[in-house]
Structures are given as C-alpha cells and as structure tokens.
Design a protein around this ligand. Structure first.
Ligand code: SF4
Length: 350
C-alpha cells in the first residue's frame, strides 16, 4: 500500500507516513496574532481530537505569536505561508513545527533557497501545497485546461525545486474543489512520489456539502491506501472538521476508538424528540473514551431489535423509554431520564 511505503516525516512529535496512523489536522480561523483567541481555539480542537494545527502567518506579529502559542498548546503547529518568504523564516525561528508553502508563490529561487536553508538547519518539514485554482498558465495550456495531470506536474515541479536545493523533508498536498479531479490527481501522484500526502478537498463548502464532498473524496482516496494526514475543510467551526475527519477514518476502518452512535431515521411510530435526543447523545459521548456502539432508537416496537448490534442503547416509547443492552431491555424509565441513565451506564462501563 502506498501509505505504508511513504517516507516518514516528523511534524513535532507526530510522525506521518510510513504506515503511521493518519493524522487529523485542522486550521484556526481567528487571527494568529490574537494569542489568547488562538490558544483557546486550539485547546478546543485538541479536546475534539485534532492532532496537528495550522495557523496562517501573514505578518511579523503572527510569526512572533507562534512562540507564545506553542507554549500553551500540546500539538504540533504548522505555519501557513502565502507569499512572503520572510514570514516562512520568521515562523520557523519562532518554533513552527512545519511550514506550508507553495514555492511558486514565494518568488525567486534565492528566496526559496533562503527558506529551505533555515528548514534544513532546523530539520523542519516543508509541506509543498498546490491548488487547482493557482495552476500555472503553461500547465493549463499544456493540458488544455485545469486537469489532474497538470496539478500533479505542478506539485512535482515544486518538489524538485526543493530536492535540488538538497532537502527532502517534505509532505505534498494537491487540492481541487472538483472532487473527482482531486481523486484522480492523488491516484496519479501516488505512483510518482515517496513523500507522505496531506489530503483534503478544498473549498468544499458548508457543513452539508463540505461533509459529503469530503467523505466521498477522502473515502475513495484513503481507501486506496493513499493519504497520511487529512483535513476536512468546512465553512464553519473547525471543531466540526475534527468530528467529520474522525468519522471518515472510523467508517473506513482506519481508526479505532471512540463511541459510535447509531440512530434510527425516525418514522410515523416515533413519539419522542428523537432527533434532539440523538444530537444530545452524540455530544455527550464525544468525550468518553470507550470503543463501543450506542444505539438511539425511536420506538419500543422495533427499537430493541434494531439496536441488537449495539453494545447499549435507548429506545423511546410513548412518554417512557427503554434502556437496552445487546438487544435486551434492562430497564424502563420516564423519557426525561433516558439521557442521564445512558450517561451513567457509559461512565461505569466495564
Ligand atoms: S426504530 Fe421505531 S421509530 Fe425508529 S425507524 Fe424503526 S420503527 Fe421507526
């Protein structure tokens, strides 16, 4: 499998590539120079399961903030650099664990070399990122439009620039908001490089469209053994990105652990607020470190049967509810007590 054979790259204390677990990333959406807000957001993301965080570094103040932020967080921090090579250097000097650049945006080879020299000296990995939206005109002309082939060629050109400067501590990311183009580009790239891949669907959209596009795109790519770290991009709270990333990995069998909540779609038999209850259960279990399945079912007629495959479940009735273990009803109670009863069972789970 490609993933098992990629080079191992250490981002702070997180190793990716070479068959290491696929690391989950997200990006802050507050100003990096607002240290307090940035740290608060990162700590929330850590709690949700984020393993690598990226912050934009558009100016000197943001670069300097990295040193302060790093003292208060526990996961590696990646500095996202757009155009200014000096910011890449400043970010590394302030403790960034990885930098993300597009050498095509940095300018002359001297500037790229200045960045690579500092990365080399400190052994800081560089993520080379290219995006379908910024594909070079020559490649658009060569391939008759924006294509997967063009994106891959662009990425490999950038990788070669850095290799020619004597550095190979790299991660590659290629992105397109066209999901199937993104899939094809990853398939092509995996056959042509040994570097670990950061996989994500860019500009994927708000919660619903972003989750669907990411699940389809990442699902196809990851299931082929491609991809070493992922980010689900959503227009929304980054904590949602982490929840989605974990669910995608768990669904593909690429990650174990955490409570899986299954719930019925509701139907004419439902007599309780199952949608509200399922959401409350999902939030309640997110911090409980068990590797089990919890069912939330709408009725007492089919609920226990349908919940058989779950380790524990609750089912609604008419004004009352049932606690179910492995398909057997163990207790009846008023509907209002269901959530607390389930929580108590989970906290005392043996
Ligand atoms: S568990 Fe009951 S309420 Fe839920 S879909 Fe099945 S029959 Fe309907």
């Amino acid at each position: 499998m490609y993933r098992d054979e990629t080079k191992v790259v250490n981002i702070g204390n997180v190793a990716i590539g070479g068959g290491n677990p696929i690391a989950i990333q997200s990006m802050t959406n507050v100003k990096t120079e607002d240290v307090e807000a940035c740290v608060a957001q990162i700590l929330k993301l850590e709690e949700a399961g984020c393993e690598i965080i990226r912050c934009t570094v558009p100016n000197e103040a943001a670069a300097k903030a990295i040193a302060k932020i790093k003292k208060q967080i526990h996961i590696p921090l990646v500095a996202d650099i757009h155009f200014d090579y000096k910011m890449a250097i400043a970010a590394m000097e302030n403790g960034a664990d990885k930098i993300r650049i597009n050498p095509g945006n940095i300018g002359s080879i001297d500037k790229v070399k200045a960045v690579v020299d500092v990365a080399k000296e400190r052994n800081i990995p560089i993520r080379v990122g290219v995006n379908s939206g910024s594909l070079e005109k020559e490649l658009v002309a060569k391939y008759n439009g924006v294509t997967a082939e063009g994106i891959v060629e662009s990425a490999l050109d950038k990788v070669h620039i850095i290799e020619n400067l004597g550095y190979d501590n790299m991660v590659i990311s290629i992105k397109s908001s066209d999901v199937m183009m993104c899939v094809k580009a990853h398939e092509l790239l995996a056959g042509k490089t040994v570097y670990p891949l950061h996989v994500g669907i860019t500009e994927s959209g708000t919660l619903t469209s972003g989750n669907i596009k990411s699940a389809v795109g990442l699902g196809i790519i990851l299931n082929q053994g491609i991809g070493d770290t992922i980010r689900v991009s959503l227009t929304g709270d980054p904590v949602e990105e982490i929840k989605s990333a974990k669910l995608i990995l768990r669904t593909l069998g690429l990650r174990k652990g955490g409570i899986e909540v299954v719930s019925c779609p509701t139907c004419g038999r439902t007599r309780i607020d199952l949608i509200g209850l399922a959401n409350k259960v999902e939030n309640m279990v997110s911090g409980i470190p068990l590797d089990i399945k919890v069912a939330v079912m709408g009725c007492a007629v089919n609920g226990p049967g349908e919940a058989k495959e779950a380790d524990i479940g609750i089912a609604g009735g008419d004004g009352e509810g049932l606690l179910i273990k492995k398909g057997e009803i163990v207790r009846k109670m008023p509907e209002s007590e269901l959530l607390d009863a389930l929580k108590e069972e989970l906290l005392n789970w043996k």
